[in-house]
Design a protein around this ligand. Structure first.
Ligand code: SAH
Ligand code: F3S
Length: 482
């Protein structure tokens, strides 16, 4: 059955290529979070409808779109470097090339971008992608174009994304946009605007569509997925004024998760990201109830110090967080939990930092993403606090927790030794062309010899060895889930 689908796909793309030789070529690349990568697929869909074809080759691109990240200063510097590269390619090889900046930097810097970076012709914020055709018409007439208006209801729910650089197995499905949490260090509420939820019907249609194309693992995406709430559209804050009927038929995150799991019972369902203050036990119970909802929660805490949590406007304490972890583990004993941490937030003392270390010791996360605090202009911390922890201290603290996390990750991967786990094959291992690479339900990467298996198979793998990040095993058989 799958073979036939593959052959059809090939035929389709050959036919498309022949027709599309004379189409304009779009080079699109993304930096930053999963949401940016998902947004680029929406942008690609809009541009394909405008008669563009995507290309991987900068030198032949008519239009370059770069989807940018503002979360830390370093992320912005990376994008600035890319702009220099586009500049060189335009000068030396491709004078017709136009360049557009999308995403969070576009929103943060607005017209400043056009002034500071001569290479940029087009600046488009995260809620204005549907305006791209009009903006490009301006650019075609030789004018710079910009739209950075944020929206209270745009969710792009009506746009069917064009999957970019896909392995054909895993995909992102965005469910909310924006964030209302206002963590004091974070630029996202300013660059992505108010939080709004996408119509569940359009989410399910996208999930069904992905399944019919052979995808087997989806990640529901939002800055704060647990505050998903659909009652007919608009901001979550308007819910208090909703009619009784709207309230009765509303869909929250645990309901949405259940609908997705039930609609495609063989599709793996993941989600990201959960803010501890909004994760409810309903969600955890729904995860426990459906075997196709993966046993992994990305649960960023940022700091283990109550004083720092408060200064960050994270609305929970260290004790509440620990209690939440205990409840999750009681309900789903093998649930993987991962973290984001920030070291060197303004005023962070050695005692505060040791609170972060001891919280990590308590939880023993499976893996995590750790950062040095980077002051962002316009945020509450940026405006009201002095970035007073020295770079050397930030660096040392970061190294300490990165090392600690490695120890914990290794303890966690070792727990799987000699056990059999179900792995969905996603791609060839980076280290060996003789091995497949996939993930377990807990999001732990697993590699094993290819044998007769193929990408997209669910395989039972016996774990023989591990590193701190990877399980190493041997495939026994196809799992029941195929
Ligand atoms: N809720 C979001 C969080 C976005 S930012 C999500 O879906 O992932 C991702 C991580 O970047 C945060 O959890 C935080 O650890 C880190 N981060 C955000 N702002 C930062 C800053 N100003 N300096 C350093 N790290 C930051
Ligand atoms: Fe940023 Fe906090 Fe929202 S980290 S994305 S303001 S939950």
């Amino acid at each position: 059955m799958e073979k036939i689908i593959d052959e059809n796909k090939q035929g389709e793309s050959l036919a498309l290529e022949q027709k599309e030789d004379n189409k304009r070529k779009l080079f699109i690349e993304s930096y930053g979070c999963a949401m940016n990568f998902s947004d680029s697929e929406i942008v690609a869909s809009i541009m394909v409808n405008q008669g563009y074809n995507t290309t991987q080759n900068l030198e032949e691109a008519d239009l370059v779109l770069v989807n940018t990240c503002s979360i830390r200063d370093k992320a912005e510097q990376t994008v600035r470097k890319r702009l220099e590269k586009y500049n060189a390619v335009k000068r030396d090889h491709n004078p017709k090339m136009k360049v557009g900046v999308l995403g969070c930097m576009a929103e943060r810097l607005k017209t400043k971008f056009l002034e500071e970076e001569k290479i940029v012709d087009l600046v488009v914020g995260p809620d204005a992608y549907k305006d791209l055709p009009n903006l490009l018409a301006e650019v075609d007439e030789g004018r710079d174009a910009i739209n950075v208006i944020l929206s209270k209801d745009e969710t792009y729910g009506d746009i069917s994304p064009v999957r970019l650089n896909t392995n054909g197995v895993t995909a992102f499905v965005s469910i909310t946009r924006g964030c209302d949490n206002m963590c004091t260090f974070c630029v996202v509420p300013f660059t992505r605007g108010r939080e709004r939820s996408r119509d569940p019907q359009s989410i399910i249609e996208e999930v069904n569509n992905l399944w019919s194309k052979g995808y087997k693992d989806i990640t529901l995406l939002g800055q704060n997925v647990d505050s998903y709430l659909w009652y007919g559209g608009g901001l979550k804050k308007g819910f208090e004024q909703a009619s009784d009927m709207q309230k009765a038929t509303s869909v929250n995150f645990s309901k949405l998760l259940e609908i997705c799991a039930k609609t495609q019972p063989k599709m793996r369902v993941r989600f990201s990201t959960s803010n501890p203050q909004d994760l409810t036990m309903d969600v955890v119970e729904t995860m426990a109830k459906y075997q196709n909802i993966c046993s992994h929660i990305h649960l960023p805490v940022q700091s283990g110090s109550n004083r720092i949590l408060k200064a960050m406007n994270r609305l929970h304490t260290r004790e509440e967080y620990k209690a939440l972890i205990d409840k999750i583990r009681k309900s789903i004993p093998n649930c993987a939990i991962s973290q984001d941490m920030i070291v060197g937030f303004p005023t962070e003392t050695e005692v505060d930092f040791q609170d972060t270390v001891s919280l990590m010791e308590y939880v023993k996360y499976n893996f995590g993403y750790m950062y040095k605090y980077s002051e962002r202009p316009g945020t509450m911390a940026g405006r009201n606090m002095i970035d007073d922890v020295s770079e050397a201290t930030k660096k040392r603290r970061l190294q300490d927790i990165v090392d600690l996390q490695r120890v914990h990750s290794e303890i966690k991967t070792k727990e799987w030794l000699n056990k059999t786990v179900e792995v969905l094959i996603e791609k060839q291992s980076k280290k060996s062309e003789k091995q497949w690479s996939g993930r377990t339900s807990q999001s732990i990467v697993c590699v094993f010899p290819k044998a007769h298996y193929k990408v997209g198979d669910f395989v039972n793998v016996k774990i023989r060895d591990c590193t701190s990040a990877t399980l190493i095993g041997e495939a026994i058989e196809l799992s029941m889930n195929n």
